[in-house]
Design a protein around this ligand. Structure first.
Ligand code: GDP
Length: 296
């Protein structure tokens, strides 16, 4: 399960702090050095760790904390608050077009979980009484179209496809026309990913984005890939602009680094987290909950 080893380490550090009773500035500094190591080992981005530890240190070595009756507890409280701040506010709501069709464009590398997450989102939206349509624009990955059709059928969400012989921009446009004619109010575009970021993929995504002007461009990244996930998020955000990030595979044995770094590196909110392969395994992202999971 995600964060287990990070949580264990932090708990040990904090246990030591609490045991001491009264703390000196040096005690706090030593403990924070260990926190720093634990975060780095959990694959949290180096710059993020540095800033984080500095802010905690500034707040935790003041008189108010050190001379309080429970300085250890105070330090933990500060770590918790700073961790929440780092992962952002709870602005994870999707925005909808008030008049007309809402378009969500899903982007990300191949294997990140784009197709699965597109379906998961469509299922959530459907439960809210909306009428989603999934549009298959991943014409390169073998079986991507079929996969979308299968998951769409499981959720009873319609899937618009034109096979793999058309330009993705045209498919997306035709998908929106289809939605207009069939009473669908939310269109979710499953775009193509590659194994690595490349110019062609980015060019295609930019073209789709410019032509559709989606309400939300949602980047799907695999939390298991740690710092790479953060680099991917940074690059996608720079090149095509994203409105939110979805971190998948947080149910796996990830070290947690991506969850902690993505927000502060990209300044884009994490909107959802993928917690499994089932189509119901998608949760809104709550920084407070994530922080308490990390701190144990
Ligand atoms: P795409 O290439 O980005 O469209 O990726 P897919 O949607 O095909 O997902 C790749 C693999 O990751 C599939 O086997 C999915 O079942 C799996 N997957 C996606 N999201 C999650 C998640 O949140 N947790 C787990 N454990 N697996 C996931």
């Amino acid at each position: 399960m995600a964060f287990e080893s990070l949580s264990d380490k932090l708990q040990n550090i904090f246990k030591g702090l609490k045991k001491k009773g009264k703390l000196t500035e040096k005690d706090v500094k030593d403990a924070l050095r260990e926190v720093k190591m634990a975060l780095l080992e959990a694959d949290v981005n180096f710059k993020v760790v540095k800033t984080f530890v500095k802010s905690v240190q500034e707040r935790a070595t003041g008189h108010e904390v050190l001379e309080s009756l429970t300085p250890g507890q105070q330090v933990i409280k500060i770590v918790n608050e700073e961790l929440i701040k780092l992962m952002g506010d709870s602005n994870n709501e999707l925005t909808y077009n008030k008049d007309g069709i809402t378009v969500f464009m899903m982007v990300g590398l191949q294997g990140a979980g784009k197709t699965t997450t597109s379906a998961k989102i469509s299922g959530n939206i459907k439960k809210k009484g909306k009428k989603p349509l999934l549009v298959a624009c991943d014409i390169y990955r073998p079986a991507a179209i079929k996969q979308l059709q299968v998951v769409g059928a499981q959720l009873d969400v319609p899937v618009f496809t034109m096979g793999d012989n058309h330009n993705p921009v045209n498919i997306a446009k035709a998908g929106i026309e289809y939605a207009k004619n069939n009473g669908n109010d939310v269109v979710i575009i499953d775009t193509a990913g590659r194994l690595h970021i490349d110019e062609n993929m980015m060019g295609e995504l930019i073209e789709i984005k410019e032509s559709l002007k989606p309400q939300e461009t949602l980047l799907v990244v695999d939390a298991m890939t740690g710092q790479d996930a953060v680099t991917v998020a940074e690059t996608f955000n720079e090149k095509i602009g994203v409105d939110g990030v979805i971190l998948t595979k947080l149910d796996g044995d990830t070290r947690g680094g991506a969850a902690i770094s993505v927000r502060s590196v990209t300044d884009k909110p994490i909107k959802f987290v993928g917690m499994g392969e089932k189509l119901t395994d998608l949760e809104p992202f709550h920084p407070e909950r994530m922080a308490s999971r990390i701190l144990g």
